[in-house]
Ligand binder design. Structure first.
Ligand code: HEC
Ligand code: HEC
Length: 309
């Protein structure tokens, strides 16, 4: 009898441990075995742009590609060049239009005070996140943070993510820079309980050209379930619009959610729930995430990503 009880407990323990585990699809990490991809070292040009850049130049984190100066305000130094060696240019990962990629963050239109507080929270370690953001926060000056916050707040948020409900997705892998890409050998696979975000046009994304964003594949039914949870989920959570605004476009210092990159949103809800994100104002979010499962976070993020920013 005792042995049976012990055996059943062993059965339970791993599942308990699993429920704490980060959903790996939402926390992409460059895979060890990379598919062979043909490298192109020639400069690339783009329609309507007077500029051309090689891949290496496009990836220069201290002198970012400036493909379409007419699309955004004049780039301050902190956005275009950062402050070497420890403060990489904000526009490299977040793009000059602030929309970023799903593995980083969509920062266009964030309230100035919220933005500055996040950098502060990364700096003190109250908010965990990518290693590169922590290093940046520890080395950036207050004046640079303010300039970056004001730059991104001045941008009009643009539609960047197209959400598609589906049962199957293109086979993908996580390439350099934690970026998920379609597998060069093609093929499809079941989506399962995941959000798979892929570039609408891989070349455009890889060269950090700001003209096109992403398609986020989500499981069938995610949008309806997400909408119900955003309305409070019959008491499972709190109606998000109370603090994030009627269209989830933010109110005062509470950040907007509508139209922003979905795996980023999942990561934040997960880390707020786990306590890895515990910044100055994070306590206000605690009740909203307390009872959410990974699938709930998936459905909510799918829904809010589908809204117009
Ligand atoms: C190497 C890529 C990279 C660069 C360069 C970069 N960031 Fe980030 N940033 C990230 C990632 C990744 C996240 C999301 C981390 C997480 O999941 O918490 C992020 C998140 C943020 C956030 C939080 C957004 C939110 O909605 O809460 C702020 C603010 C921010 N970055 C500011 C900056 C500033 C200012 C600079 C330039 C000095 C900068 N970043 C440069 C990768 C980068
Ligand atoms: C009581 C007010 C309140 C409610 C209700 C609320 N939030 Fe929040 N939310 C906040 C605040 C404040 C922040 C900023 C937290 C911080 O600074 O760490 C935030 C941050 C977030 C973030 C991270 C944004 C970013 O840019 O990193 C997400 C995602 C989020 N909320 C989702 C939701 C969802 C989904 C709901 C409803 C289920 C919800 N919130 C309900 C106040 C609220």
């Amino acid at each position: 009898m005792k042995i049976l009880v012990a055996a059943s407990m062993i059965g339970i323990l791993p599942s308990l441990a699993l429920s704490q585990e980060k959903p790996s699809w939402a926390f992409p990490v460059t895979e060890k075995n990379q598919p062979v991809v043909k490298e192109n070292t020639a400069p690339r040009s783009a329609p309507g742009s007077a500029r051309s850049y090689t891949r290496a130049q496009a990836d220069n984190m201290f002198d970012i590609p400036d493909w379409y100066p007419q699309m955004y305000p004049k780039l301050p130094k902190i956005i275009a060049n950062g402050n070497a060696p420890n403060v990489r240019a904000c526009g490299s990962c977040h793009l000059p239009i602030g929309t970023g990629h799903d593995e980083s963050a969509y920062v266009a239109g964030l309230p100035v005070a919220y933005f500055i507080q996040q950098v502060q929270d990364y700096k003190t370690g109250a908010r965990k996140g990518s290693g590169s953001m922590l290093t940046i926060a520890q080395n950036i000056t207050d004046a640079e943070t303010k300039e970056a916050a004001e730059y991104f707040a001045s941008l009009k948020p643009t539609k960047w993510v197209r959400v598609v409900e589906t049962e199957t997705v293109p086979r993908s892998y996580v390439g350099p820079g934690n970026k998920r890409l379609a597998h060069p050998d093609g093929g499809t696979e079941p989506i399962g309980n995941r959000i798979i975000t892929l570039p609408e046009d891989e070349e455009i994304v890889l060269y950090r050209d700001p003209r096109k964003g992403f398609v986020a594949y989500v499981p069938k039914g995610a949008l309806l379930k997400g909408a119900a949870l955003v309305a409070g989920g019959d008491g499972k959570t709190v109606n998000c619009t109370v603090c994030h605004g009627p269209d989830l476009k933010g109110i005062a210092d509470v950040p907007p959610l509508a139209g922003r990159t979905p795996t980023y949103m999942v990561r934040q809800m997960f880390m707020i729930k786990s306590g890895e994100r515990a910044g100055h104002a994070t306590a206000l979010m605690k009740q909203a995430v307390a009872n959410l499962t990974d699938d709930d976070m998936l459905n909510i993020s799918a829904y809010i990503a589908s809204l117009d920013p």
